[in-house]
Design a protein around this ligand. Structure first.
Ligand SMILES: Nc1ncnc2c1ncn2[C@@H]1O[C@H](COP(=O)(O)OP(=O)(O)OP(=O)(O)O)[C@@H](O)[C@H]1O
Ligand SMILES: [Mg+2]
Length: 433
């Protein structure tokens, strides 16, 4: 049988035309985002069964080649150095399976060539590129065309889809006043958060001193990462925000799900950049909201892109300096669906249950302070299964209804009667059945 020279097609290979369209679209978007309007789109050719990607950087210093290796490594698991000569460096992918010797030498090659003052970066393989290979090429191109640098970490984070809430200096900073605002109940959770986060922020020396006396080391008694777990609307996000505020720390709010969809294909790189940029803050809380977007435990077969994001996340959580000032807080509705490796990175898991009867009454009270205890008792009893968010909604809805009645009946201003809350609650419950 005749041996053909062309590579067998692999699952996940991109048709050449699709790859080129993707490349063009990505570079176009990148030029816009990085403010480089004159970027020349790198070449992508398919000739004689071989795909070739190429661009000519202005310069090719050694650090850039090393950084390139890091970029390649983010997407391609096994890499060997094919050639390491002055002016000619080649890295080659060994394919996902190291024991697959048949395709051992046919993996994509990344070449870095400098001849006098001419520089070239090239990637080629016989057959088509797959998603990761194309993505690597795009990121290499971006690496060599960084555009204008954003030096303000807050601005840079914003470009990455992250919101930074700066610490607000309030009266309660530094004092022992109740920092939890409207959040009623959840005393044990509040106490944990105070011990892991609030008090260390204010009295680090005491925590360090205790560790020194007991074990002779520094602040190793502080968690580096905490997971908030619980159903929707029980106050996870709010508690994180209030805690940051009371501790006088910026809250770096990362909506994981948004990042995944907004930066599809580039999420892993962006997430890595988010961590690196956040690390520029001396101290702060890095809040990863809705990490269930990364859930789907391993068995269910992760999307390749999701797996890349996950591996960045694992590495970055591990890499954060614990004595340093960045605490990672993750929030999820379903811890049991999270990848085990991810779950194990969290030193502590705080479970937020739905509020119990007494807590529900207190939540009603915190949004309707004027209601008498008996009515609060009824509201607490009858709101079984509702979250703080739903209770808040009920209270606001009762207020609107009351305001409307005042307007319609042209009555003087007064607070809503307890009956209105009870009625709205019952309607809500009936509607939920
Ligand atoms: N125990 C509580 N006391 C008072 N208000 C509460 C309580 N729990 C939740 N709320 C209110 O409900 C609203 C929603 O809370 P939050 O967004 O923090 O919930 P979450 O747990 O982050 O939900 P999700 O999982 O959907 O993100 C907030 O306005 C918050 O103030
Ligand atoms: Mg939330």
């Amino acid at each position: 049988m005749l041996q053909t020279m062309t590579q067998e097609t692999r699952a996940g290979d991109l048709a050449y035309a699709d790859a080129r369209d993707r490349l063009e679209a990505e570079i176009e978007r990148f030029s816009r985002q990085s403010g480089q309007t004159t970027l020349e789109v790198p070449r992508l050719n398919f000739e004689k069964g071989e795909t070739r990607f190429e661009f000519l950087p202005e310069d090719l210093p050694e650090e850039k080649i090393l950084e390139s290796l890091r970029v390649i490594k983010n997407h391609i698991e096994h890499i060997r150095i094919h050639t390491l000569d002055p002016g000619y460096v080649v890295f080659q992918s060994l394919g996902p399976n190291l024991y697959d010797t048949k395709h051992f030498l046919s993996g994509i090659k990344f070449k870095f060539v400098s001849i006098t003052n001419n520089f070239r970066v090239e990637a080629s393989r016989s057959g088509n590129f797959n998603e990761s290979e194309l993505q690597t090429c795009i990121e290499l191109f971006q690496l060599f065309n960084p555009g204008k640098k954003e030096s303000d970490p807050t601005k840079k984070l914003e470009q990455l889809g992250v919101t930074v809430f700066p610490p607000v200096q309030t009266e309660s900073n530094g004092s022992s006043e109740n920092p939890w605002g409207p959040i009623a109940g959840y005393d044990s959770i509040k106490r944990e958060v105070e011990e892991c986060l609030l008090l260390p922020a204010r009295h680090m020396s005491v925590f360090q001193g205790v560790a020194q006396l007991t074990r002779g080391d520094g602040a190793a008694n502080l968690p580096g990462a905490i997971l908030f777990e619980g159903p929707p609307g029980v106050g996870k996000t709010t508690i994180a925000r209030l805690a940051a505020q009371a501790a006088g720390l910026p809250l770096i709010y990362v909506p994981v799900e948004n990042i995944l969809s907004k930066f599809y294909g580039q999420s892993a790189q962006n997430l890595a950049m988010i961590f690196d940029t956040a690390a520029l803050f001396e101290r702060g809380i890095l809040f990863l909201d809705e990490i269930d977007a990364l859930a789907t435990s391993r068995e269910s077969g992760l999307f390749e892109a999701t797996r890349r994001v996950l591996s960045v996340l694992l590495r970055k959580i591990d890499g954060l300096d614990r004595t340093g000032g960045l605490l990672t807080v993750g929030a999820t509705n379903r811890a049991e669906d999270l990848d085990h490796a991810l779950l194990s990175r969290f030193d502590q898991i705080l479970r937020f249950p739905l509020p119990n009867e007494q807590e529900r009454a207190s939540i009603f009270q915190s949004y309707a302070a004027h209601i008498a205890p008996e009515a609060l008792g009824i509201l607490g009893r009858e709101s079984d299964g509702l979250s703080g968010r739903t209770i808040q909604d009920i209270c606001e809805s009762a207020e609107r209804r009351w305001a409307r009645a005042l307007i319609e009946k042209k009555q003087a201003l007064s607070a809503p009667e307890a009956e209105v809350y009870i009625r709205v609650l019952r309607e809500k419950k009936a509607g939920m059945l």
